[in-house]
Design a protein around this ligand. Structure first.
Ligand code: 2PG
Ligand code: MG
Length: 438
């Protein structure tokens, strides 16, 4: 008898006793949704929804109030949905059944992309739920999420994802001074996360100095990278290559370049407008231009080289350079398992960006990641341009064994919150730390 009472208590430790939604602020000074989930065992999970600026049309809906206050960007309706329908559906359920929790949320909203509840409401609750379970068991979130087969190589070492870190911002994150949205570095030769960040910080300093010397330093972009007054996209690539060398690092062997072209922002229907350069390219010309850059610069990765509707362009670009570099689908795949399967079948990308808020729940994001890994595609867990102190993506990238992690630059606290969390995870591993995924 005593045994069965103890067993019951054990079983109920992860029962959800409280779900609440709160209105908080993000890195662009816009309101966002925070969710808190509490379990019977005293576990508490908290998560905040991020927000994109260059979003794919197939993403879960970021529900905003509309109207004139705060540019229509308030989230009181999404917060109310957490405190109303979502809360009522989840109280009493077992938080440790993440798929069941996410299915319960899905059953409340039959629309594509959670347009009634708001993907910002659903992702905050879904993530908060996983934090609550981890806290109930007193383990780190990454450990709670990890599947030991994914993580362990020889001697049970845990490998950490390779970071892509922004040095220059452009596109929608920097008033379109240049068309490319993100110019990042990838410290491919670093042996640990700590060393990777040291290298990137040196490159960031060198890039800032280079800009200062030429009077090109304007400020910082949305994700903390420099926002320079470049006149052409190619000038940005030259500057980045020089910055890597000035930091005393060797392009290719030690540090590569990753670009997020975010081409949906400046093209559709196979026509691409390069604003500052005053040129319009068709898909073939854009693919040729980017492939030419791959030949000339130490580029290891290109994301969304063409617009989200340019399926043929993605396939053609992947055919051209996919055996040499990562070709990443972000707006193109929107963390959606079915789209990932299609891209695998048509070989129109070889890497999938995983953004939980594009999917709307952890279970859907995980399904996209699993679809990628099943098809021998790589994955990169990514934050958004609108962020907070939330560090969920750091834990997802380690726990889900993604190849990479992308959270913006090495400045601004909403970015360094994630990098610092990666350092904490690496330190906590001690002897188990297996270096970076290459
Ligand atoms: C992207 C992201 C992050 P946003 O395009 O990959 O850089 O930007 O969150 O604005 O979509
Ligand atoms: Mg992108």
């Amino acid at each position: 008898m005593a045994r069965s009472i103890r067993f019951e208590k054990q079983m109920n430790k992860t029962e959800i006793t409280s779900v609440s939604g709160h209105r908080r602020w993000d890195s662009r000074g816009r309101p966002t949704v925070e969710a808190v989930v509490i379990t019977r065992g005293g576990g508490k999970g908290r998560a905040l929804a991020p927000a994109g600026a260059s979003t794919g049309s197939g993403e879960a809906v970021d529900l905003r109030d509309g109207g004139s206050t705060l540019d229509g960007l308030d989230v009181t309706r999404a917060v109310a949905n957490v405190n109303g329908r979502i809360r009522d559906a989840l109280i009493g359920l077992d938080a440790s059944d993440q798929a069941g929790i996410d299915a319960a949320i899905e059953s409340l909203d039959p629309t594509q992309g959670f347009s009634e509840l708001g993907g910002n409401a659903t992702v905050a609750v879904s993530l908060a739920n996983s934090w609550a379970v981890a806290d109930t068991h007193r383990v780190d979130l990454w450990e709670h999420l990890h599947d030991s087969d994914d993580l362990t190589s020889q001697q049970s070492k845990v490998m950490l994802p390779m970071p892509e870190i922004q040095i220059f911002g452009g596109g929608a994150h920097a008033h379109r001074r240049i068309d490319i949205q993100d110019l990042m570095v990838v410290p491919v030769g670093a042996s640990s996360f700590a060393e990777a960040l040291d290298w990137v910080a040196e490159i960031y300093i060198a890039a800032g100095r280079w800009l200062e010397d030429r009077g090109l330093r304007m400020g910082v972009a949305d994700e903390g990278g420099w926002w320079p007054a470049f006149d052409t996209n190619q000038q940005a690539l030259e500057a980045l290559t020089v910055a890597i060398e000035s930091a005393g690092l060797t392009p290719v062997d030690q540090v590569g370049i990753a670009l997020d072209i975010a081409a949906t922002q400046f093209g559709s229907g196979g026509r691409y407008r390069l604003g500052r350069e005053d040129r319009t390219l068709d898909t073939g010309e854009l693919v040729d231009m980017l492939a030419g850059w791959v030949d000339r610069y130490p580029i290891v990765s290109i994301e969304d080289p063409v617009a989200e509707d340019d399926h043929e362009g993605m396939a053609s670009f992947t055919r051209t350079v996919g055996d040499r570099i990562q070709v990443i689908g972000d707006d193109y795949l929107v963390t959606d398992a079915a789209r990932v399967e299609r891209a695998a079948a048509t070989m129109s990308a070889n890497t999938v960006l995983i953004k939980p808020n594009q999917a709307g729940t952890l279970t859907r994001a995980r399904a996209a990641l699993d679809a990628a890994h099943r098809n021998d595609m790589q994955t990169i867990v990514s934050a958004r341009s609108g962020e907070t102190e939330d560090v969920s993506v750091a834990h997802l990238s380690v726990g889900w064994a993604s190849k990479g992690v992308k959270v913006g630059s090495i400045t601004r606290s909403e970015r360094t919150a994630k990098w610092n969390e990666m350092l904490r995870i690496e330190e906590s591993l001690g002897e188990r730390a297996g270096g970076l995924r290459k």
